[in-house]
Ligand binder design. Structure first.
Ligand code: FAD
Ligand code: NAD
Length: 478
């Protein structure tokens, strides 16, 4: 047994490593247990996000968007490129380089903050002791005043579509293909299905996405979902809603996916298949059963609004607890827990966590959708503005999409902002700031935004709540 730590964090993803850094900043003696072994067979920090999630997927989205631009969107500008060639192994190598730079950066931050990295698999024992099993099987036990569980999540494997070499893969496998499949199937039209489907469609695959639900992007506002689906269809992403997959079989001709939809039984044959039907919390064997760590029906660690478990001094954050599986949500929970341990009174507003889907057009939102407000019986006013009337979007050749604003009818407080269009991931930050500051749509309507800029569409959407959009047709004029 080593000296007692103030805090041991189990898991070094964006939840765990951020919690460890914030604890160290606040003067605590901190260790972080992390078992990740990367592609180069080396231990790595950064979790799913940095190694096989947010960052590598965005690297490939960027590369593939450049290919698409050159192939399909340059002619209008009077630019023609002949002899285009794409070196996919180089594209993957660039992605891998970004990953190793960023994960190496976390290791440096650990050193700079005096955080000890305990390499291996962590398990919570009684009395806030943590057992660490190293890769070579060596077992050590460490004690702490506080333990933060940040073990993240893993792709759900369908029993009818078990992982199979590079033919039936999850998002991690699809980030490493070194050739383009001619025919690609995707099960699940969620965030991963749309992002990874977009990457490989841009690279030349014929992509069919099978989605079990009848509604497209059920979590998004219906207008945004509808507008984005139209764009995906135009691009050739074949999204088939209401498709229930019944069997998947790999053979010489490819992978045969049998499914049924409202027209009856059907099947398709693809060269490769991505299964993207959600992720589950990594909570198997993370605590000795005698400890009594409570899990919910989905296997998530049960926590309160401040990420405290029922066990005194034990917290859990990120993908292994309730709420959206998003890196920034995990990190904010990590900061909140660290500050609580230090005796501060932090608070997180889960209603202002932004969502972004990094397709083209990007989809982003914060706050409530129109359907949620209707269901809750909240009286609201809606405004929207189309990027088609935005000069900057036109100049960028990215004028598809809109910004929609929902504001409380009585107080005008902004309740939700929903965007589909260029740089939605950046624009949604303005909405987060406005909502955190409890701004009204009138507040933003009376601010001055640079011209020409995409932000002008945010301004116009706010004006339109009051029927005052200057470059759009208002339903009610005031
Ligand atoms: P993780 O990042 O999963 O980290 C958990 C860590 O704990 C892992 O490193 C794991 O090795 C370690 N661990 C688990 N059990 C143990 C144990 N017993 N002992 C020691 N270590 C352990 N989110 C966004 O916000 N934006 C995006 O653009 C985005 N893109 C994504 C793209 C893809 C393809 C995927 C798969 C996910 C994406 N996400 C994105 C989701 C995001 O990656 C997760 O929400 C985020 O990583 C959660 O952080 P976390 O720290 O809770 O868990
Ligand atoms: P998801 O929950 O976003 O989507 C899964 C989809 O699969 C849903 O639409 C669901 O109805 C469908 N589905 C489930 N079972 C099915 C079946 N048997 N047949 C057909 N369709 C089925 O999950 P995901 O796309 O796997 O992503 C996992 C998590 O990773 C998400 O929760 C997301 O928060 C996170 N993530 C975030 C980002 C981002 O923030 N940009 C990017 C990637 C992943």
């Amino acid at each position: 047994m080593t000296d007692k730590y103030d805090v041991i964090v189990i898991g070094g993803g964006p939840g765990g490593y951020v919690a460890a850094i914030r604890c160290a900043q606040l003067g605590m003696k901190v260790a972080c247990v992390e078992e990740w072994i990367n592609k180069q067979d080396k231990p790595a920090l950064g979790g799913t996000c940095l190694n096989v999630g947010c960052i590598p997927s965005k690297a490939l989205l960027e590369s593939s968007e450049r290919v698409e631009e050159i192939q399909h969107h340059n002619a209008d500008h009077g630019i023609s490129v002949e002899g285009l060639s794409v070196d996919i192994p180089q594209m993957i190598a660039r992605k891998d380089k970004i990953v190793s730079q960023l994960t190496g950066g976390i290791a440096q931050l650990f050193q700079a903050n005096g955080i000890e990295w305990l390499q291996g698999r962590g398990k919570l024992l009684a009395d806030k002791q943590v057992q660490v099993t190293a890769r070579d099987g060596a077992v050590s036990t460490h004690a702490a005043e506080h333990v933060i569980i940040a073990t993240g999540s893993t792709s759900i494997e369908l029993p009818i579509a078990k992982w199979l070499d590079e033919r039936i893969v999850d998002s991690e496998g699809a980030l490493d293909w070194e050739s383009v499949p001619d025919r690609l199937g995707v099960i699940g039209a969620g965030v991963i299905g749309l992002e990874m489907g977009s990457v490989w469609r841009r690279m030349g695959s014929e992509v069919v996405v099978l989605e079990a639900m009848d509604t497209f992007l059920a979590a998004a506002d219906a207008d945004v979902a509808k507008a984005s689906k139209m764009q995906f269809k135009k691009q050739g992403l074949d999204i088939r809603l209401g498709s229930k997959v019944s069997a998947v079989e790999a053979g010489d001709e490819g992978v045969t996916v049998s499914f049924s939809d409202k027209k009856g039984d059907d099947s398709l044959v693809v060269d490769r298949l991505i299964v993207a039907v959600g992720r589950r919390a990594n909570t198997t064997d993370i605590a000795d059963p005698a400890v009594g760590l409570e899990l919910d029906g989905r296997g998530c660690v049960v926590v309160d609004d401040h990420c405290a478990t029922d066990l005194p001094g034990v917290y859990a954050i990120g993908d292994c607890v309730r709420g959206p599986m998003l890196a920034h949500k995990a990190s904010e929970e990590g900061v909140m827990v660290a500050e609580q341990i230090a005796g501060q009174k932090p608070h997180m507003d889960f209603n202002t966590i932004p969502w972004v889907i990094y397709t083209d057009p990007e989809i982003a939102w914060v706050g409530q959708t129109e359907a949620e407000l209707k269901e809750a019986g909240v009286a609201y006013r809606a405004g929207s503005f189309s990027f088609a009337a935005n000069g900057r979007a036109k100049a960028m050749d990215k004028a598809a999409g809109l910004i929609k604003v929902l504001a409380d009818e009585a107080t005008d407080r902004i309740l939700g902002v929903h965007i589909v269009g260029p740089m939605a991931s950046e624009l949604v930050g303005q909405a987060v700031i406005a909502m955190e500051c409890e701004a009204s749509s009138e507040d933003l309507a009376r601010m001055c935004f640079a011209h020409p800029s995409l932000s002008e569409s945010m301004h116009e959407a706010m004006l339109s709540v009051d029927g005052r959009a200057l470059h759009g047709i208002n339903k009610a004029k005031r």
